[in-house]
Design a protein around this ligand. Structure first.
Ligand code: NAD
Length: 328
């Protein structure tokens, strides 16, 4: 941008380029904006560049405490944005990698995450195991870091960060395989209710959502999928599924997938319920009614660790939760 502006600017007209990455997360964007952990402003380390950074810092200073406004070099600023997202995603991939060990050993990932997070050097945030991270930022920013590392002839660094994305893909595959394995190694013709399609609760955004991969895997295994999400528009779901399964005819997808108007409707006559997004309303589902309407044995696979496992087992469900090793 700087090269283009400098080549085309009129005499006496000077530009400075600042890097000012934003750190708003979906669902909490306004709160993040009003009360940011930090504001990052990168500039060239020339006098003009530093002056431009100070001008922008003064705008933020109207509502952000000075010590939270960081003025740094251009590359530091750009790299810090990628690094922040890469390290957040790395925490999720680390806890998800441990969730596989928990399932194999009988350990409980909630207990492990809690114990690890109590170490003040590690901290408790972003240690929730799940069916995998999604959203528009994490994967894109890590792959950006991978690309940058490769361009800079740092293949080991590129491979290190790529593994965070690969672990995420593995987690999604592992979860859908667990569903198939548990349902006696085949889900052909079986009805599976998938609750949630957004990549996280409180948003209708489906970009990189783990639910897309799950539904794709279930359709490939010739299951019948009943989908329900409180927020995602139906057209978006069809678009995402068509994009995820480019060689599967639309008629096949629409024959195998049905979009439902409520969680209860989706679960009716299903063999299994799969929780893909941590919507609050899924915590308040009337599981007794769900159980009565399902085929038996009735299975619940919790990819977000939101159900009360003991309560569901008492009702009669067979329950499998990410990162819990109890045998069904
Ligand atoms: N969304 C945007 O438009 C945007 C724009 C610029 C920058 N960013 C940056 O990208 C980051 C990611 O934003 P986002 O909107 O994808 O939201 P996010 O960080 O809340 O969610 C990303 C993923 O992490 C998972 N996750 C959230 N909390 C978790 C926890 N405690 N433990 C384990 N997993 C957890 C979510 O389920 C989701 O799959 C933001 O923090 C922000 O710094 C976002």
């Amino acid at each position: 941008m700087r090269t283009i502006l400098e080549a085309n600017s009129k005499p006496n007209c000077k530009f400075q380029i600042l890097s000012n990455p934003e750190f708003l997360a979906e669902g909490t964007a306004i709160a993040d904006l009003f009360s940011p952990d930090r504001v990052l402003i990168g500039s060239l380390q020339t006098q003009e560049g530093k002056d431009a950074a100070v001008s922008l810092a003064e705008v933020y200073a109207h509502w952000v405490p000075r010590e939270r406004i960081l003025t740094v070099g251009l590359w530091s600023s750009e790299l810090s944005k990628l690094a922040a997202n890469a390290m957040l995603a790395q925490r999720i991939s680390s806890i998800n990698a441990l969730s596989a060990i928990c399932e194999a050993t009988g350990a409980n990932i909630d207990e492990v995450a809690h114990a690890v997070g109590r170490d003040s050097r590690v901290g408790p945030k972003f240690l929730k195991a799940s069916v995998g991270f999604g959203g528009s930022c994490f994967q894109k920013d890590i792959l950006n870091l991978v690309y940058l590392s490769e361009s800079l002839h740092l293949p080991e660094v590129a491979a290190y960060w790529r593994q965070v994305v690969e672990m995420n893909e593995y987690q999604k595959r592992r979860f859908s395989k667990r569903v198939v394995d548990t349902l006696f190694n085949t889900i052909t013709g079986k009805r599976i209710a998938v609750l949630g399609f957004a990549f996280k609760a409180d948003t209708g955004d489906t970009r990189e959502s783990a639910a897309i991969t799950l539904v794709k895997d279930f359709v490939a295994e010739r299951a019948l999928v009943n989908l329900y999400d409180p927020k995602v528009p139906h057209e978006q779901i069809w678009l995402d599924l068509a994009e995820a399964m480019p060689v599967t005819p639309a008629a096949t997808i629409q024959k195998q997938v049905q979009i439902c108007g409520s969680a209860l409707e989706a679960c009716k006559n299903a063999e299994a319920v799969v929780i893909a997004t941590e919507w609050k309303e899924f915590r308040e589902i009337d599981w007794e009614t769900v159980y009565a309407g399902m085929n038996k044995p009735a299975f619940v696979f919790d990819g977000r660790m939101l159900i009360d496992v003991e309560k569901l087992r008492d009702i009669g469900f067979k329950v499998a939760v990410i990162g819990r090793g109890e045998r069904l």
